[in-house]
Design a protein around this ligand. Structure first.
Ligand SMILES: Nc1ncnc2c1ncn2[C@@H]1O[C@H](COP(=O)(O)OP(=O)(O)OP(=O)(O)O)[C@@H](O)[C@H]1O
Ligand SMILES: [Mg+2]
Length: 230
């Protein structure tokens, strides 16, 4: 049996809009074990990003309990949450979110500056990660000199350079064509086989099938889906 990585119980998220409360997550129960590769599949507006932000400690639930690596997240203050995010979590987004004025290696190096590592070591680590994602000949290209798939590889290198235990990806292939999206999924498969837990949001079943396990989200409710053959 694998060890539990996180557990959510009865997670509810409500937003106040004008005079009304909107319930976006309606009692989510979800357990993820270490080394899992889970995809969350659901249509637009179903609550995927809201759920991801809670998993990533970027947002807190209105109700329910969230325990990440034995820590009760609702009991952590902002500083502790930031430390957990820096140490444990890597984020990848649909729109890459690279800094346009910095070349690939500087983008990847950035999270290591926050972690207090010296410059030489930062460069070595950043270069190693870019080689790892197949961009050894693009170290000094700026984002606008890279294709979409290459930009997403830089973003994945940036997410992984701190060696986080979990990679959270919100529609990582949403801006990519099918072939490039598949290549990014192959890279995710390799990262997962090296022991990193991955949670990926998508509305595309063919992308979701690259994960080991799929859960469906519909109107803020989660349904356990199928095991895949990945
Ligand atoms: N900060 C907020 N304030 C009010 N309502 C919000 C807020 N964030 C999200 N919502 C609402 O919560 C619902 C779910 O939003 P969410 O972004 O989680 O959907 P999603 O599944 O990620 O959709 P998409 O596939 O389009 O990205 C939407 O109806 C949205 O309007
Ligand atoms: Mg979303």
């Amino acid at each position: 049996m694998n060890d539990e990585f996180f557990r959510m119980t009865g997670i509810v998220k409500r937003y106040h809009m004008g005079d009304e409360w909107q319930t976006v997550l309606r009692g989510i129960d979800l357990t993820v074990v270490e080394g899992d590769f889970l995809s969350v599949l659901g249509p637009s507006g179903s609550g995927k990003t809201t759920l991801m932000n809670i998993i990533g400690c970027l947002d807190t639930p209105s109700e329910g309990e969230y325990v990440l690596k034995g820590r009760v997240i609702s009991k952590q203050d902002a500083k502790q949450l930031a430390a957990i995010r820096n140490k444990e979590i890597g984020f990848v987004f649909q729109s890459f979110q690279l800094l346009p004025r910095m070349d690939a290696i500087r983008n990847v190096e950035l999270p290591l500056i926050y972690s207090g590592m010296g410059e030489k070591e930062r460069w070595r680590n950043a270069e190693e990660m870019l080689v790892r994602v197949g961009l050894q000949d693009k170290l000094h290209h700026h984002p606008n000199q890279l294709s979409g798939g290459q930009q997403q590889r830089v973003a994945i290198a940036r997410a992984m350079v701190t060696n986080p235990s979990i990679l959270l990806a919100d529609e990582p292939t949403g801006a990519l064509d099918q072939t490039t999206g598949k290549q990014v999924m192959e890279l995710f498969g390799e990262i997962n086989s090296e022991g990193h837990t991955i949670i990926m949001i998508t509305h595309d079943l063919s992308i979701a099938q690259h994960a080991r396990r799929i859960v469906h989200i519909l109107d803020g409710e989660l349904m356990e889906g199928e095991e895949t053959h990945a």
